[in-house]
Design a protein around this ligand. Structure first.
Ligand code: AMP
Length: 412
């Protein structure tokens, strides 16, 4: 009798129906947030991951399922971010407006030692937003992750947040870690002694009890952040506060992949045991360029579907509606726009906005391209009068309304 290999799972019909509920719920929410599906191949060139994740990352060093055929070395994808960026560049999406938001669901493969919550074939539900450096986009992406969890029926999770800063800041952080950890080098596990030289950030991800104690004693601050990165981090934190999303700044959160810069986050759940991460993500502002594309900022995250299944309590199904596109003109209007965006989405009204600093005219065009049913304009005048301008794109009718009446107005 044949058996499946270790670390993979058959999903039988009873369980598959719960998977479908999560997937349907995710599709719904991604639509509300304006993310379109992307399906990339399961096999890719191995160098795509070596280059993007970094040769000293755990995944590249130990977990790649490689396939050698003739002169090619392929692999089963261990994650999807690099593949989405490859597809974005290869399909010239940067030339079609530049900014794009994707979601994906599908199997990933890592040659790990199997244990609870740690498989060799597992599934990601993830999102990537490419083409903007705006801190408001970080807020959207984290609020999207938060919303997905709420809709999946997962409660009691913690959003851990940190900023690695730009490449220069990361070098400074690496130096700080070197100085601090050098004194404790011989107390670290053998793997971490090796990580100390190869990729010091990975020491902070070590699960070894002795290493954890040392890491928790490190007392890191965010002094290594330059003024711009500090400002970016502040805006992300303030944005999350404005949307009522709880988070915890965790200075030891660094993520062991080369491509991360600035905002990084991880979402954990106490019910999962030692493998307690439900999902994780962050900015990767240099990756598009690194893989041969233009110089564009980007951010994304992925949840592990199997772990969501373990943490979930109930699944809510909701109705979605027509798209509202918000155009905010100026910094103060952007904050107001962000709050209304969240409010609309909370009420299951599909809504989106611009993160690339478009003019009113260009933003109206973008709304048209997205076939938005309504456009909501917030400018200085509107702010002064405490109103928003709502334009019905079908009838071309336009009126000023009190933001508090917006949901009622759109629901009737
Ligand atoms: P990562 O790409 O490593 O940041 O992983 C994102 C999420 O995928 C994690 O938080 C887990 O929920 C899930 N995940 C990663 N590796 C595995 C694995 N080997 N088995 C099951 N789930 C995993």
């Amino acid at each position: 009798m044949y058996k499946s290999i270790r670390g993979v799972k058959d999903i039988l019909p009873e369980e598959a129906s719960s998977w479908q509920k999560i997937e349907d719920s995710a599709r719904n929410i991604f639509f509300i947030y304006g993310y379109g599906q992307i399906r990339t191949p399961i096999i890719e060139e191995v160098n795509l991951f070596n280059r993007s994740l970094g040769s000293s990352s755990e995944i590249v060093q130990k977990q790649m399922f490689e396939i050698k055929r003739d002169k090619e070395t392929l692999c089963l994808r261990p994650e999807a971010t690099a593949a989405v960026v490859r597809a974005y560049i290869e399909n010239s999406l940067d030339k079609k407006g530049g900014f794009a938001k994707f979601y994906y669901m599908g199997p990933m493969f890592r040659a790990e030692r199997p244990q609870k919550g740690r498989l060799r074939q597992f599934h990601h539900i993830g999102a990537e937003a490419i083409g903007s450096l705006s801190s408001y986009l970080d807020v959207e992406v984290i609020s999207l992750a938060n919303r997905l969890l709420c809709d999946f029926g997962v409660a009691g999770f913690t959003i851990k947040l940190n900023s690695l800063g730009c490449v220069e800041d990361k070098k400074k952080l690496s130096q700080i870690l070197k100085t601090k950890l050098k004194k404790r080098l011989t107390d670290l596990c053998a793997d971490c002694q090796d990580r100390f030289n190869r990729n010091i950030f990975r020491v902070l991800d070590c699960k070894n009890q002795a290493c954890r104690g040392i890491i928790e004693d490190l007392q890191l601050s965010s002094d290594y952040l330059c003024a711009d990165c500090n400002q970016h981090f502040l805006q992300v934190k303030n944005g999350l506060i404005a949307l009522g999303i709880d988070y915890k700044v965790e200075s030891q959160l660094v993520r062991g992949l080369d491509y991360y810069t600035r905002t990084v986050f991880e979402i954990t759940h106490p019910g999962l045991g030692s493998q307690d991460a439900l999902g994780a993500g962050g900015r990767y502002d240099n990756l598009v360029k690194e893989l041969g594309g233009p110089d564009l900022g980007a951010i994304g995250f992925a949840f592990g579907l199997e772990r969501l299944m373990l943490a979930r309590e109930k699944v809510a199904q909701r109705q979605v509606s027509k798209l509202v596109y918000i155009i905010s003109l100026g910094e103060a209007a952007t904050e107001q726009g962000l709050r209304l965006l969240e409010e609309l989405r909370k009420n299951n009204i599909a809504a989106d906005t611009d993160y690339t600093g478009k003019s009113l005219k260009a933003a109206m065009r973008a709304a048209d391209d997205l076939a938005a049913r309504f456009v909501l304009i917030i400018g200085e005048d509107e702010l002064k009068k405490n109103v928003v301008t709502l334009k019905d794109m079908q009838s071309a009718e336009q009126k000023e309304i009190n933001p508090e009446n917006l949901i009622a107005e759109l629901k009737c």
